[in-house]
Write a protein that binds this ligand. Sequence first.
Ligand code: BGC
Length: 404
Amino acid sequence: MSRPSPGLAAAAGLALAAVLALSACATESDPEAGMEAEPATRLSVSREAFGTLPDGRQVDVFTLRNGSGIVVRVIDYGGIVLSITAPDRDGNAGDVVLGYDNLDGYLAATPYFGAIIGRYGNRIGGARFTLDGATYELAANNGPNHLHGGEVGFDKVLWNGEIVDTDAGAGVRFTYTSPAGEEGYPGNLEVTVDYMLNDDNELVIDYRATSGAPTPINLTHHSYFNLAGGGDVLGHELQINADRYTPVDETLIPTGELAAVAGTPFDFTEPTPIGARIDADDEQLRRGGGYDHNFVLQRGDDGASITPDGSVSAMLLAARVTEPASGRVLEVETSEPGLQFYSGNFLDGTITGKRGEVYEHRSGFCLEPQHFPDSPNQALFPSTILRPGEVYRSRTIYRFAVQG
Ligand code: BGC
């Protein structure tokens, strides 16, 4: 799979614009879409109050719009993407991510809907790691393992949000200082996460961090997508630019092997429905309850996210998802070397989300660009250790389009 040609991307953009021009009524009349009476003609971003935390601090929502009718709503609590409204091939606006209608839902219980994940996305085995001779104990919040930064990860803190409004993009810059010792991690960590929407229908997420002491870091984004806007995601066709993946043990910690996907249900090198092999008789699928695995992206470099000068590794088209009924397309580009594909196996109908929708088994999927799980304990995986004087830098683009 190669990067789409500029011609292809431009054609998709034009198709989207045309569809939107024909369907202004449909978009205007969808109250959930958060659209203004007049469709936005240029990039814009606005800020409003969204709710109040139990300690009295206010949570704000930032609404990002582009000229093609894409609307992204994100809050400063957890950097959570509340909704992404995108047109289908007939121009009907639909919300393509799972979540809650209000802050209380996110405060009560959330499987990380839409959030920034840190300090360490995915699992650290045994909830501990050794760095420069010292052993650090972390919260075991997922069986024996540490998951997504611990009890109060970056998905559950209030970030400082500032509007960023340029000709190239409209968005929000979130900053947060994670103090040394927070959730057991060493070093004061200064983190910046930018969410920018542009007129190429891209949501660009830029991560940057520096630390006062060596620490593991692996930031990612945890939206659950459903391009159909409802139902399960088994009919979505997925392509992942990976010929290997990292098999896991019974507790979902990588064994260290980089296994070939060829001849297995993990081969998504050609577009394949998510559900085509998800219940196959396969030990790895049994362990994950479906797909819950890190794919090793086919890069020409190591996708380093830690550099002396803050440069970003080359962007690679990591995955492409199409939803045949709606025609919606999602492309994921990243500077990272790995991609966690999680098929929403732990959704089980116990969560009632936005608009009263019950989130049944596999009703959303996550594509989380990242370094490999458990890297702090796996010497052969690319390093996730950020040291003073170095810069952590990572970028992911979620690009929306439609196809006939
Ligand atoms: C993990 C799953 C986990 C989910 C939490 C994903 O990133 O891979 O194992 O259950 O996050 O909602």
